[in-house]
Design a protein around this ligand. Structure first.
Ligand code: ADP
Ligand code: MG
Length: 698
């Protein structure tokens, strides 16, 4: 089959709808999607029937309302298309009602107190702006998969999609006000677009299954470094090995069938690390697709005897994985608001939008940071690896220079760029190709979009984009209010750009974010630097956040509190699993292995003595082993005690803080001993695959 035929072949997309729906129904559905209108029941019935026929022709037997609970992964409950007929047989049917709303119950998902047990029902509602797809598996099972939002009996959001859709509406509304005030009369909708670059590791399945830390915690809790790491820089963009390339081809095929625009693939910096980037899409579709990407990456890996690791830090000492969330705003008539234009008025608009984001990011750095807070990402943010936990914006020297000059009321005359006259101020043509790439910034302007690089590789991108859309909505709201009142729009626009830069330029940093000097400089500027998830999550429930999300009708106070509760609890659970896994491995695998080697050495010393030979090497090794094992045993005791004490703590936040302060510290101390032991014990006596096995035997 041709690529063009494969792509989207499992999507109930516009082409299929056009072919299969009566003209009037198709038109009504298009309008619903384009203008976010409620779906008419008569339309839903016809659409459902067409969808069912299409799915049955393609071999589907079941449908599912697919949703995104607060666990960060997706959920689905399958129902077959059969209903019983009066004659005792069956009929195959799928009604509009079944398409629009589901009641999966799903009472076991975290609700953070939004559902009490007596009203545990949860509902799903079709998000008709994201197309339904067919999910297939290797044995030929086909399921019609309908993207839905998940909410409680009282209409409170229980998922990641509902606030995302709300935030998209909010940013569209406020951005349009700015455009209107600047004289745009044609655009009727502003869409937040996202292109998430996904990093991941692959590991041989056989090795993976011999490491319960990888299996249960997603990362190696122990592991001495291999003699070689990433220092030769021979992996990044290197030739892709056949086995990996086979995997990538298979992955692409699966993604393309579901209409996911897998575009770029390459080796990443660390050994056995890779990246896939799709072409950007509307935020909610990009989010659905990214969830499918993560799921498909894992599923396809198994077919190749591989396991795909999405954890932020599977291995110590080499790079972890992130997700670069490329974000921009476009109008329905094709204008990218973050793309500098050719005319003076285009550029006023561009600089206003950039100013709005500078203000938004500086004011709500804590919220952006919070959306990237979870146990796995703590190993990256603010730890030994970038991006740091400090939110700053890379604007590039030229753009910064322009903003700087405007803020000082100076004539802008940068680098031979052309002048244009805008009312009272002069603006140059903004350089379009911002080739000046800073790879260390957590929030970088890359010519026509911002790239938010703090997001963890395993995370849903919904949260970060809810935050981006909402903080942008607030900044646009304020700008629009000023512009709407102003007589001289250009003068007011110039004033806004000037004032914003003066007030918020502290968040702009074009230097090396990985340098030791940056955290010090950031502290002087008063920028927050929150190095752990537990503290970072507190930003969910500050007055400032509660007001912000409530004002733009994205999340109510109750919904914010419930999210905070769930994420803090999730952190504590994750750390607890790691601790129990560590304890298990030390007791059942490492101590027995070390004892075996120690006994071997002791016996060797004995037999040397028998023939009156000195055994200084064995004696020295044995001493080291015994000392390290004693230290490990002591640290094991500390970890067990800390874990028990933490589990006995009722308060969720206190519990998470104890995880961070006591358990994580105890695990680190234990790891130091175990890794030192691994360096001494012979390979064939070490009970788990080593870093060399995991990273270099693909
Ligand atoms: P790089 O990070 O090297 O600049 P690209 O320019 O190819 O790589 O873009 C990376 C990601 O950004 C891709 O997923 C791409 O589709 C996405 N992207 C490009 N333009 C936009 C946009 N206007 N809005 C959101 N994402 C975008
Ligand atoms: Mg990039």
């Amino acid at each position: 089959m041709e690529l063009t035929e494969i792509f989207g072949s499992n999507v109930f997309n516009d082409k299929v709808m056009k072919e299969r729906l009566p003209k009037q129904i198709y038109k009504a559905l298009r309008e619903t999607i384009a203008n976010d209108l409620p779906l008419r029941p008569d339309v839903a019935d016809v659409v459902a029937n067409a969808m069912k026929d299409w799915a049955l022709e393609k071999g589907a037997t079941h449908y599912t309302h697919w949703f995104q609970p607060l666990t960060g992964i997706t959920a689905e409950k399958h129902d077959s298309f059969i209903s019983s007929a009066p004659d005792g047989g069956i009929i195959v049917e799928f009604s509009g009602k079944q398409l629009i709303q589901g009641e999966p119950d799903a009472s076991s998902f975290p609700s953070g107190g939004l559902r009490s047990t007596f009203e545990a029902r949860g509902y799903t509602a079709w998000d008709c702006t994201s197309p339904a797809i067919l999910k297939t598996d290797e044995s030929g099972n086909v399921t019609l998969t309908i993207p839905t939002a998940f909410y409680s009996y009282n209409g409170e959001a229980l998922d990641k999609k509902t606030p995302l859709l709300r935030s998209m509406k909010a940013v569209s509304k406020q951005a349009l006000r700015v455009l209107r005030a600047l004289g745009n009369t044609t655009s009727t909708k502003v869409t937040a677009t996202v292109g998430p670059e996904q990093e991941y590791f692959l590991v041989d399945k056989a090795f993976y299954e011999d490491r319960i830390d990888l299996m249960l915690a997603g990362r190696t809790i122990f592991g001495a470094p291999a003699p070689k790491g990433q220092e030769l820089e021979d992996q990044y963009f290197g030739a892709i090995k056949d086995r990996v390339s086979d995997y990538m081809n298979d992955l692409n095929m699966e993604l393309w069938k579901m209409g996911i625009t897998s575009k770029t693939q390459h080796n990443e910096v660390a050994p056995a690390q890779y990246e896939m980037a799709p072409i950007f899409a509307t935020t909610n579709i990009a989010t659905d697709h990214n969830q499918l990407v993560m799921e498909t990456m894992q599923k396809v890996a198994l077919r190749h005897g591989l396991v795909c690791l999405l954890h932020e830090k599977p291995y110590a000492g080499i790079n972890g994985s992130g997700k670069h969330n490329n974000w921009s705003l476009s109008t329905n008539d094709g204008l990218n608001l973050l793309e500098p234009g050719h005319t003076p008025s285009d550029n006023v608009q561009f600089l206003l939008v950039v100013s709005a984001l500078i203000k938004a990011v500086d004011t709500h750095a804590d919220i952006l940071r919070a959306t990237c807070a979870h146990a796995g990402n703590d190993h990256r943010l603010g730890a030994n690896e970038a991006p740091p936990a400090i939110i700053s914006i890379f604007m590039g020297d030229e753009l910064t220079d322009i903003l700087e000059k405007i803020s000082k009321g100076q004539k802008v005359s940068a680098k031979g760029v052309q002048f244009v006259n805008v009312g009272v101020d002069t603006l140059p043509e903004i350089p379009k190709d911002n080739t000046d790439r800073n790879r260390t910034s957590p929030f970088a302007f890359t010519g026509n979009k911002f790239e938010f690089r703090m997001v963890g590789s395993s995370q849903s991108i919904a949260g970060p984009n809810v935050a981006l859309n909402t903080i942008a909505a607030e900044a646009f709201d304020e700008i629009a209010t000023r512009l709407e009142k102003a007589k001289d729009k250009n003068a007011e626009a110039a004033a806004i750009i000037r004032e914003t830069y003066k007030k918020h330029s502290r968040v702009i940093f074009n230097g090396n974010n990985y340098s030791e000097a940056w955290p010090k400089e950031a502290a002087k500027r008063g920028l927050p630097n929150v190095t752990n998830a537990v503290d970072a999550l507190k930003a969910f429930v500050t007055d400032k956040s509660l007001k912000l999300f409530e004002k733009y009708e994205v999340l109510s106070h109750k919904e914010m509190h419930s999210r905070y509760e769930i994420y803090v609890e999730h952190y504590a659970k994750q750390i607890n699993i790691e601790a129990l896994t560590a304890i298990d491995m030390v007791k059942k695998q490492f101590i027995p292995a070390v004892t075996e080697y120690a006994t071997f050495l002791a016996e060797s010393i004995d037999s040397f003595k028998g023939i009156k030979m000195p055994a200084p090497v064995q004696e020295d090794l044995l001493k080291k082993l015994v000392a390290l094992m004693a230290s490990a045993y002591k640290n094991l005791g500390k970890l067990e005690a800390a874990t028990a004490k933490t589990q006995a703590t009722a308060d969720t936040v206190k519990k998470a803080e104890m995880c961070r302060d006591q358990i994580v510290t105890a695990m680190k101390a234990l790891r130091t001993d175990v890794d030192a032991l691994e360096m001494i014990v012979p390979r064939d006596m070490w009970p788990v695959p080593t870093y060399a096995d995991l990273l270099f035997k693909l």
